[in-house]
Design a protein around this ligand. Sequence first.
Ligand SMILES: [Zn+2]
Ligand SMILES: [Zn+2]
Length: 141
Amino acid sequence: MENQPFCEFCDIFQNKKNLIIFKNDIVFAIEDIDLASSQRHILVCPIKHIENSNNLTNKDLQLLDEIHKVCELILQKSHPGKEYKYGFHIPPHVSIDHLHYHGIVLPIRDQFFGLVKFGRLLYPMSHIKEIISQQNAKKQE
Ligand SMILES: [Zn+2]
Ligand SMILES: [Zn+2]
């Protein structure tokens, strides 16, 4: 821990428990502070500090499934019957260096967020899993 730089999300998990809207043994969820762009926007993070999607391996596939499941459950509960958008930002377009999965209730109102930040640059779970399997294949060469 000593060499680890300050992490906003680890700090929330450890010290700002009032911000946590859900947690279990491996993941926790918070509201994204950007409330302007949609009716609801949440973030689901692994409790373990994983910097970004480049640090994921085959061992994390179960964790990724859990992240998606929790995100979906929270949004379906508060906004049933809506459409949702899910995804990760991947380096270098990452704002906080602790892996987090965005869950957004559609529509996204803000044009900028809609098209740039949460359109093109938000990668679905399937894309991240593909990257992991490619990296794994390379290691075995
Ligand atoms: Zn962290
Ligand atoms: Zn992000």
